[in-house]
Write a protein that binds this ligand. Structure first.
Ligand SMILES: O=C(O)C(=O)C[C@]1(C(=O)O)C=C[C@@H](O)C=C1
Length: 119
């Protein structure tokens, strides 16, 4: 349904869609804030690992995280495969940041963005 089609829809449908979209916007904002906090933590982990010559990735830890998240997703009636893909996507970005920190490239001011922009 395009924006112009929505304009033609029944006012009650538009009201319900608008209310649902308000909730979606709130949830998206919460996700962004939670991710920002997560990246603040992982930036510190990256610094700690680099300072102590530890490897950026820890596959055993990742396996435990994936098993835990899949179980949580199942309980929450979220597709476990989706939860796993999302975690892998986030962790891949974290490992990229860890590698940059180890290489002496400090992410510039915004944890979670590192040196690259994804706009
Ligand atoms: O726990 C760590 O060792 C981290 O570096 C954090 C993290 C994560 O983002 O959760 C990232 C990379 C590792 O492979 C495992 C987990």
């Amino acid at each position: 349904m395009s924006s112009s089609e929505i304009e033609q829809a029944d006012p009650s449908v538009r009201a319900e869609l608008g209310a649902l979209r308000d909730s979606i916007d709130n949830i998206d904002a919460a996700v962004v804030h939670m991710l920002a906090e997560r990246f603040k933590c992982t930036q510190r982990v990256g610094r700690l690992k680099a300072d102590h010559s530890l490897p950026p990735a820890d596959p055993a830890r990742e396996s435990r995280q994936i098993a835990r998240l899949r179980a949580l997703a199942k309980d929450a009636k979220l597709d476990p495969a989706f939860a796993e893909k999302l975690l892998n996507f986030i962790i891949a970005e974290v490992i990229r940041h860890h590698e940059q920190i180890a290489d002496g490239v400090e992410p510039g001011g915004h944890p979670g963005t590192a040196a690259a922009s994804h706009d």
